[in-house]
Design a protein around this ligand. Structure first.
Ligand code: HEM
Length: 184
């Protein structure tokens, strides 16, 4: 089991990823910035005045079954592939109603009803991903989701995002910002 790893996403003007667009899908957007930098620690203050900081930690899986865990491990690529020059940072917050449910009820909505994992698996190995948890850090979002893909897989990624946003799971999302990035 990989240990918990901390990350800070810094919206500013000197990051390695250039922002193409920031769309508010649900709830408030984030301030417009030129770039995003990712550092592997929890930062308290930005080095530049402008922009925002989003913090999260990787963690153990909550919902994946053994079978799904094995399928994911076999298909998921690593981050940082040279051809994966497109990325999405999608911070997400879920409703009080979601968090008031028991683990088995949330799993039933996420997978048995919404097929999140089964659907996501169809987009591997094109899309590399890392899920960061931040609800327990007192952050404005519950999750920071990060994806990397090659330009030729951009359509497939849009399709995946569209499918997930139409699922029952997403009726429990009350804030979502979609940040798309490219690196030279
Ligand atoms: C690329 C294909 C994808 C795969 C294979 C995938 C797989 C997974 C898996 C296995 C989990 C559960 C982890 C656990 O057991 O705790 C998960 C959680 C999550 N995924 Fe995805 N996913 C994909 C795409 C996406 C996309 C495109 C989004 C956002 C638009 C997204 C948002 C989330 C969120 C917010 C969670 C946390 C849900 C919660 O704990 O309530 N995923 N994903």
């Amino acid at each position: 089991v990989p240990p918990t790893r901390p990350f800070t996403f810094i919206g500013g003007d000197d990051g390695e990823w250039r922002v193409e667009r920031i769309d508010a899908v649900a709830g408030d957007s984030l301030q417009s910035v030129a770039t995003v930098a990712i550092v592997d620690r929890l930062i308290v203050e930005p080095s530049t005045a402008a922009g925002w900081l989003l913090r999260g930690v990787t963690s153990n899986e909550r919902y994946a079954t053994r079978r799904e865990h094995v399928l994911l491990a076999a298909a998921q690529p690593a981050l940082g592939r040279p051809e994966a020059t497109c990325a999405a940072l999608i911070p997400i917050r879920k409703t009080q109603q979601w968090w008031a449910m028991a683990q088995d009820e949330r799993r039933a909505i996420l997978e048995e009803e919404s097929r999140h994992i089964e659907t996501g698996l169809r987009y591997l190995p094109a899309v590399a991903r890392r899920l960061h948890h931040c609800r327990d850090l007192g952050e404005p979002f519950d999750f920071l989701t990060w994806f990397e893909y090659a330009p030729e897989d951009a359509h497939a990624f849009e399709e995946l995002v569209r499918i997930l946003r139409h699922s029952r799971e997403w009726s429990y999302v009350d804030r979502e910002v979609d940040i798309r990035l490219v690196r030279p």
